[in-house]
Design a protein around this ligand. Structure first.
Ligand code: ADP
Ligand code: MG
Length: 339
């Protein structure tokens, strides 16, 4: 079922939480709403769910206008960060809950619950109580419960936000897998760009109640539409166009601010035509990659990332002088208001 968000605005007092937001989620896709805290992600999700009603605009689910339809009539599944399971019910009873209140036949409920426990890999744990499960297992039960009634749409609001990073990573991979099996049109809210890149077919980047860009993870990373997206998706060095990193190397950027990704900083230990210099300030080992903080001669510190192989070749040490040049850089036209 596709979801169409058309020109939605929502204000809380004088604060615009959503400002003319339009978006189309194609049937069967998994889309991530990504943005900093307060950017309106949860509000948009709640408007789609029918938990919040918009001031203006329309929501269409599968072509049907659901803007003012009661939440119970929308057939939407939810998982929240703290969607507490019923503590006094077993896993099996939790998963069966939605089916039982809708008075599905007993036999059917039993079969469906077993099918779902298989789907979320909790087959042996049906008789446990939530307190006897790990955080990751509880969120999988919450997912099974939300899928029980075969929702048209699945909405997840920071579902793994309360879990530690290892479990979060496992659950992301698992959610992606699950989505490939179930193919229910899904929207996941997250403030974690890595999470969005890993699970979603498409990412919607939000900032201050507006959509900055919609695209595949690769489009968003390689072709960010705005300075905000460039800075939010992955680490970036922001330099003034007057930086010696550019001028000493004969580069003349047009716009005031220039963005260079850490892996686009080229470093060599002898000049060989590269004129800008820097001092190695810090070396940080990030698993497979090594990040080096470099103090430029005009005072700014930039980050450069290397593969282990590149780093081993360079043999950098603290305090060493190196020669630096950007391999790639990006700048954006200034907003009209500044011209
Ligand atoms: P996000 O999920 O991106 O962190 P939210 O959609 O929850 O952001 O909130 C966006 C903004 O709207 C926040 O500044 C928040 O304080 C405000 N807000 C959200 N819900 C309400 C509400 N019910 N009443 C007043 N302000 C709200
Ligand atoms: Mg939120």
């Amino acid at each position: 079922m596709s979801i169409v968000v058309d020109n939605i605005s929502k204000q809380f007092g004088s604060f615009k939480a959503l400002d003319r937001v339009s978006l189309e989620v194609r049937e069967g896709t998994l889309v991530a709403l990504l943005g900093p805290s307060g950017s309106g992600k949860s509000t948009l999700l709640r408007v789609i769910a029918g938990l919040e009603s918009p001031d203006v605009g329309t929501i269409l689910i599968d072509g049907r206008n659901t803007t003012h339809l009661n939440v119970r009539k929308r057939n939407v599944g939810f998982v929240f960060q703290h969607y507490a399971l019923f503590k006094h019910l077993t896993v099996r009873q939790n998963v069966a809950f939605g089916l039982e209140i809708r008075k599905h036949p007993r036999r059917q409920v039993k079969d469906r619950v077993e099918e779902l426990l298989d789907l979320v890999h909790l087959r042996g744990l049906g008789d446990r109580y939530p307190s006897q499960l790990s955080g990751g297992q509880r969120q999988r039960v919450a997912l099974a419960r939300s899928l029980a009634t075969r929702p048209q749409v699945l909405l997840l609001d920071e579902p793994f936000g309360a879990l530690d990073s290892k479990v979060r990573k496992e659950l992301r991979a698992w959610l992606r897998h699950l989505h490939e099996e179930v193919r229910v049109t899904s929207i996941i809210v997250t403030h974690d760009q890595e999470e969005a890149m890993e699970v979603a077919d498409e990412i919607v980047v939000m900032n201050q109640g507006r959509i900055e860009q919609v695209g595949t993870p690769t489009q968003i990373y390689d072709h960010p539409a705005t300075p905000f997206v460039m800075s939010f998706i992955g680490p970036v060095n922001v330099l003034p166009n007057t930086a010696r990193l550019f001028h000493d190397n004969g580069l003349e950027p047009l716009n005031e601010e220039v963005f260079v990704r850490p892996h686009d900083i080229h470093v060599q230990t002898s000049a060989n035509g590269v004129k800008a210099t820097a001092i190695v300030q810090r070396i940080i080992h990030l698993g497979g990659e090594i990040q080096v903080a470099l103090a430029l001669t005009d005072g700014q510190t930039i980050l450069a990332n290397f593969s282990r192989e590149q780093f081993d070749k360079l043999k950098l040490t603290y305090g060493q002088q190196v020669f630096v040049k950007p391999k790639a850089a990006k700048s954006f036209p200034l907003p009209k208001s500044l011209l």
